[in-house]
Design a protein around this ligand. Structure first.
Ligand code: C2E
Ligand code: CA
Ligand code: CA
Ligand code: CA
Length: 373
């Protein structure tokens, strides 16, 4: 949304509020929006100069800022492109720095990335994948797999978690770890999420004895109308709200505690349950969690794996479960692969277990078979 041209030792103000940086001769610094910056060198750019400029911006933006009564740490994503001996045109340079910026953004906060040609191939592949995903959602080519959730005392199935599956034509199955983030950034997550929710609710009717968990992305949860969607789907599919659990991860929650609390309240008013997914993989603080009113906490697989590891990992795991339990919220352990893990998690106080030991994600028909076995 704003940019500055370097004319040697000129000091540019206003590229970002309060940001004073020296833009070297022959460089363009553009603020693409928010925390996104691109640096293009129109003439013989020197790596050193570009990196120095990027570092100045990062230094400035990564400082904690006081905004009103809140202290926030903003990040910045910076893409850099060079034109060796001025061989690359201005438009192409801007395109390259923009592309590099997106790579920096993907890598996380406060990153700078130098353009390299492999980024073009990546981008093309990604665009193709996005197009195929859009078609798959539109034509209903996604499917759901269901993984059993097991009562820790009786080892009887108490529920299932719905997990989306995509068999991409000509490519085979693509992991949701790959296509969910793409759906998130390309505006497809809402229609994907709606498909999953509707399908899971429809299928839930086949299993009156089971609770059905559905994963919800931040991109869905962020929508103020999300609770309305959920109400609509519940009504349409005539499923009992109390049998549906929505699983959300903590990332969004930490950035928007206020709105998260409101959304959870609205969902719970509909009668659905809300679970915190992947607990222990991020930054959850306990005092913080209490106020959200989660019905269940799921301990992340990465921690559960630690039970077979050294003493420190085991203690970490035990402390995390204790933390969750101190809130008086039931706790599920996910990713259980061995009997040893199951016994330990049960001992630590998990009332529900999930993992390959009890069943991999499977078709709805196999779940039905399992129930009648
Ligand atoms: P998640 O919600 O944490 O789901 C659990 C993941 O762990 C699933 O991977 C499941 O297959 C896998 N898993 C379960 N037990 C075991 C085990 O014992 N060992 C190992 N190695 N893995 C186990 P999956 O289906 O590939 O899904 C990955 C992630 O993608 C999910 O993590 C979730 O974040 C996301 N996802 C999947 N389906 C959906 C969906 O319908 N909507 C949204 N928004 N996200 C989804
Ligand atoms: Ca989950
Ligand atoms: Ca999880
Ligand atoms: Ca996970």
């Amino acid at each position: 949304d704003s940019y500055g041209h370097g004319t040697g030792d000129q000091l540019i103000r206003g590229v970002a509020a309060g940001l004073d940086v020296l833009i070297p001769q022959g460089a363009v610094l553009a603020r693409i929006g928010g925390d996104e910056f691109a640096i293009a060198f129109l003439s013989d750019g020197e790596n050193a100069a570009a990196l120095q400029l990027a570092e100045q911006i990062l230094d400035f933006l990564v400082e904690p800022l006081e905004i009103g009564r809140r202290v926030v740490v903003v990040g910045a994503s910076i893409g850099i492109a060079m034109s060796p001996a001025g061989t690359i045109g201005r438009e192409e340079l801007v395109r390259r720095s923009d592309l590099a910026m997106y790579k920096a953004k993907e890598a996380g906060r406060a990153r700078m990335t130098l353009y390299d040609p492999s980024m073009d191939a990546d981008r093309e592949q990604r665009n193709a994948l996005e197009l195929d995903l859009r078609m798959a959602i539109e034509s209903g080519d996604l499917t759901l797999a269901y993984q059993p959730l097991i009562d820790a005392a009786s080892y009887a199935p108490t529920g299932v978690e719905a997990l989306v599956r995509w068999n991409r034509p000509g490519h085979g199955p693509i992991s949701p770890e790959v296509f969910i983030p793409i759906a998130e950034t390309s505006g497809l997550i809402e229609s994907l999420g709606l498909f999953v929710l509707r399908k899971a609710c429809e299928t839930a009717k086949q299993w009156p004895e089971l609770n059905v968990s559905v994963n919800v992305s931040p991109g869905q949860f962020r929508n103020p109308a999300f609770a309305d969607y959920v109400r609509y789907v519940l009504k349409q599919t005539e499923v009992e709200a109390g049998r549906i659990t929505l699983e959300i991860t903590e990332g969004y929650m930490i950035q928007n505690p206020q709105r998260t609390r409101q959304s959870i309240e609205r969902l719970k008013a509909l009668g659905v349950k809300v679970a915190l997914d992947d607990f222990g993989s991020g930054f959850s603080s306990i005092g913080y969690l209490r106020q959200f009113g989660f019905d269940r906490i799921k301990i992340d697989r990465s921690l559960v794996m630690g039970v077979n590891e050294d003493k420190r990992q085991r203690e970490m795991l035990q402390a995390t479960v204790a933390l969750a339990r101190s809130l008086d919220i039931p706790v599920t352990a996910e990713g259980i692969e061995t009997e040893e893990q199951a016994i330990a998690m049960r001992l630590f106080g998990c009332d529900c277990l999930q993992g390959y030991l009890f069943g991999k994600p499977m078709t709805a028909d196999l779940i039905t078979e399992m129930l009648h076995a």
